[in-house]
Design a protein around this ligand. Structure first.
Ligand code: CP
Length: 309
């Protein structure tokens, strides 16, 4: 199949075939990231702009590295040092980047739908690097890649997503991606952190974490997003950790070869114990490594001209 999207905005709108195409495209890029000389000329002369209105370590750095490894000119816009602090609107900022010749704009924004507005405003490709509590499609793609790499396939696996589902754009993108790829998805967390729309997505939701992770092949642990929390959604972090934290004792409920994942950043000792995060069952750092391959693949598909990798 050929890939005909201008923008990567979410997995809700993507077909299983498109998702598989992106994962397959990332395979040779993963191989390139393991070579002694990692630079390729694929995006020479192209301009990639990182426009992050919220903090990021993994996503911003891996997009920057992906662009640089492919020989693109990569610009990082720090919102605190840009004309955004003078009140420039998102639309005018996007038009300015277009006037400067951007080929791809990667945007993270606290408002759901902000990347969609930018995508409608400019001719350049736009990649959603996380919008509010809506979607984080490149995270879900790297999660799917990691599961497929470690387990051979995604279809037929039981995947438990545990934690703050309500505020999580990763959970939403993971749910769309995993269900489209044929996985059984169960989510778990305190009632106050489970959004009501889960039923309409055909997802099983549990308030009992042991029930959710029973026989799970994969557990995706989510961060408690203290910056987005209203007060009073659960009594305390200590209580949350006791009832929902993923520790070795709890892992006994899951499949013997369960893969433990976390999109990061981790709150060690809150949603996951340090010994589990650092164990052989943990794929947390593999997720980060695979994020580079996925983001190289996406830049290639949007700006690489569609030739052989
Ligand atoms: N997983 C993730 O999006 O991490 P960053 O916020 O560090 O980009």
């Amino acid at each position: 199949m050929s890939f005909n999207r201008k923008d990567i905005l979410g997995l809700q709108e993507m077909s299983r075939e498109e998702i598989e195409y992106i994962l397959d495209t990332a395979v040779p890029f993963k191989e390139i990231t393991l070579r002694p000389i990692k630079k390729i000329p694929t995006l020479r002369g192209k301009t990639v702009i990182n426009l992050f209105y919220e903090p990021s370590t993994r996503t911003r750095t891996s997009f920057e590295l992906a662009g640089k490894r492919m020989s693109a000119d990569v610009i990082n816009i720090s919102t605190s040092a840009s004309s955004i602090v003078k009140g420039e609107s998102l639309k005018d900022t996007a038009l300015t980047l277009q006037a400067l010749g951007a080929d791809v704009v990667i945007i993270r924004h606290g408002m759901s739908g902000a990347p969609h507005l930018v995508g409608q405003t400019i001719k350049a490709g736009v990649i959603n690097a996380g919008d509010g509590t809506h979607e984080h499609p490149t995270q879900a793609l790297l999660d799917l890649y990691t599961i497929r790499e470690k387990k051979g396939q995604v279809a037929g696996l039981k995947v438990a997503i545990v934690g703050d589902i309500l505020h999580s754009r990763v959970a939403r993108s993971d749910i769309w991606g995993l269900t489209k790829m044929g996985a059984e998805v169960v989510v778990a967390g305190p009632n106050t952190l489970l959004p009501p729309e889960l039923q309409s997505l055909g997802i099983k939701a549990c308030t009992n974490v042991e029930e959710a992770i029973k026989d799970a092949d994969v557990i995706q642990v989510l961060r408690i997003q203290q910056e987005r929390q209203e007060k009073g959604l659960f009594p305390s972090l200590r209580e949350y950790s006791r009832l929902y934290g993923i520790n070795h004792e709890r892992l006994k409920y899951a499949a013997k070869d369960v893969l433990v994942m976390h999109p990061g950043p981790i709150n060690r000792g809150v949603e996951i114990t340090p010994d589990v995060a650092d164990s052989n069952q943990s794929a947390i750092l593999d997720q980060v490594t695979n994020g580079l391959a996925i983001r190289m693949a996406l830049l290639y598909l949007l700006a690489g001209g569609g030739g052989e990798v």
